[in-house]
Design a protein around this ligand. Structure first.
Ligand SMILES: [Zn+2]
Length: 379
C-alpha cells in the first residue's frame, strides 16, 4: 500500500497543477483512473468556471456513518529558490521532493489508497466513505468547492477529514480571514501646484496610523489569535503628480467566535470615525471572507484522531491552523471537520517542499483506521 501511495503521489506531483487549468484537470483524471482501476465508482464534475471536482465513494452496503475525505489538487506556484525541478517528483533517500508534496498531494494519495485498501475488505462492514477533491483552494475555493456546496449541500455526510498537512497532529480548526480594500479618493493635480489637487496619500497614511488593532481575545490552542495587517498600498502614476486615489489592502485574520460580518461593521465604523477634513472620500470593498472553524474537542471525530495519532507515535495534542483552508466551508455546511494530514505544515508553500515516504505510510494507517472507526465498522 505504501509503495502504491508513493507512486501515486509522484505521478500527481509531475502535473504542475497551479490553479484550475488543463494540468490540474489532467491530474484529477489521473487520480480518477487510479481509483477506477481499483473498481471504485468515481466521477468528475466539469464546471463552467473551469475548476472541476472529483467524487469517489465506497459503500459497505450497511447502515453507518458517512465519512467525507476532502482535499485539493491545485498547488501554489514554485518560486526560484528550488534545488531541483519542483515538478520532477524526485525520490531521494526516502523523501519525495516537489511542489504540492505536502500541500496536499500526499494527503490525496493517502486518501485514494485508503479507499482502495478498504473497498471490498471484509472489515469495512458499515457506512460509506467519500473522497472529494476540489481544484482552486489556493485561490479561495470560489470557483469550485464553495459553489458546489451551495448547489449540492453536504447533508449526506456525518463527519469530514480535510487532509491538509498537520504532521498527522489533529488540528481542530483554522482561522478565517477578511480581505478589504480601502479607497481614498482625492483629486489629481500637478505636484508643482499641490493646492489645486487633493492628495489622498497623507490621508491614507493617517488612517493606517490610527487603525485599531483587534482586541486580543482568547484563541483556541496555539493559535496566533486575531490579527490585522496592512498588506498592500497602491497610489500614484508619476512622481510629479498628485495622485487621484490611494488603495490600501488589509488582511484581517479571524478566530472562532468572530464573524466576518462583525469585523466588516467595525472597519466601516472606523472609516466613518476617521476625521477626513481634507476633501478625501473614503470607501471600502470586501474582497474575500473566509469563516473560522473549530471542531468540538469532545467529539468522536476529534478523539478518534487523537487516539490514532497517539498509537502511531506522532504528536497527538490538539492544535489549530493559523492559515485558512477548506475545513471552513465544510464546517459552514454543517459537517464537523477535522484537519489531519501527512507532512509538516511549515513545509507547505515553501521552497524545496518535500515529504518522507514514512509519513505517507503513517497516514495510510491512520486514515484506514479512522474510516473503519468512524463508519462504525470497528469499535
Ligand atoms: Zn492546502
Amino acid at each position: 500500500m505504501g509503495n502504491e501511495t508513493t507512486r501515486l503521489l509522484r505521478d500527481l506531483v509531475r502535473f504542475p497543477s497551479i490553479g484550475p487549468g488543463s494540468e490540474t484537470t489532467d491530474a484529477l483524471l489521473h487520480l480518477a483512473n487510479f481509483l477506477d482501476r481499483h473498481g471504485i465508482v468515481v466521477s468528475i464534475e466539469e464546471r463552467e468556471s473551469g475548476a472541476p471536482l472529483l467524487l469517489a465513494t465506497i459503500d459497505s452496503g450497511a447502515p453507518g456513518q458517512s465519512v467525507l475525505l476532502q482535499g485539493h489538487m491545485d498547488v501554489v506556484p514554485a518560486d526560484h529558490c528550488w534545488d531541483r525541478d519542483p515538478f520532477g517528483a524526485d525520490l531521494i533517500d526516502g523523501t519525495v521532493h516537489g511542489r504540492g508534496t505536502c500541500d496536499m498531494k500526499a494527503g490525496l494519495a493517502s486518501f485514494a489508497t485508503t479507499l482502495t485498501a478498504m473497498v471490498g475488505a471484509s472489515d469495512f462492514s458499515r457506512g460509506r466513505v467519500t473522497l472529494l477533491v476540489d481544484t482552486d483552494e489556493e485561490t479561495g475555493s470560489d470557483a469550485c468547492l464553495i459553489p458546489w456546496i451551495a448547489k449540492n449541500g453536504l447533508d449526506g455526510f456525518d463527519v469530514a477529514i480535510c487532509g491538509e498537512p498537520t504532521g498527522l497532529r489533529p488540528f481542530l480548526g483554522n482561522r478565517g480571514l477578511l480581505w478589504a480594500e480601502l479607497t481614498f479618493e482625492g483629486k489629481a493635480a500637478h505636484a508643482g501646484y499641490p493646492s489645486s489637487g487633493i492628495n489622498p496619500v497623507p490621508s491614507a497614511c493617517r488612517f493606517i496610523a490610527t487603525l485599531k488593532m483587534p482586541d486580543p481575545i482568547a484563541a483556541p490552542y496555539d493559535s496566533s489569535g486575531p490579527t490585522l495587517t496592512p498588506t498592500s498600498f497602491h497610489s500614484g502614476i508619476s512622481i510629479n503628480s498628485i495622485p487621484d486615489r490611494a488603495v490600501l489592502g488589509l488582511d484581517r485574520r479571524l478566530v472562532p467566535g468572530e464573524s466576518p460580518e462583525a469585523v466588516i461593521a467595525d472597519l466601516v465604523r472606523q472609516l466613518a470615525d476617521f476625521a477626513v477634513d481634507d476633501g478625501v472620500e473614503v470607501g471600502i470593498k470586501i474582497v474575500k471572507t473566509w469563516p473560522p472553524c473549530l471542531l468540538d474537542e469532545g467529539s468522536q471525530l476529534a478523539t478518534v484522531a487523537r487516539d490514532i495519532s497517539r498509537a502511531l507515535g506522532v504528536e497527538d495534542s490538539f492544535s489549530f491552523d493559523d492559515a485558512c483552508n477548506d475545513a471552513s466551508f465544510l464546517t459552514s455546511a454543517g459537517v464537523p471537520t477535522l484537519i489531519w494530514g501527512p507532512g509538516p505544515p511549515e513545509r507547505a508553500h515553501s521552497s524545496n517542499e518535500s515529504i518522507e515516504v514514512s509519513a505517507l505510510e503513517l497516514a495510510n494507517n491512520a486514515y484506514v483506521e479512522a474510516c473503519l472507526r468512524l463508519t462504525g465498522s470497528s469499535p
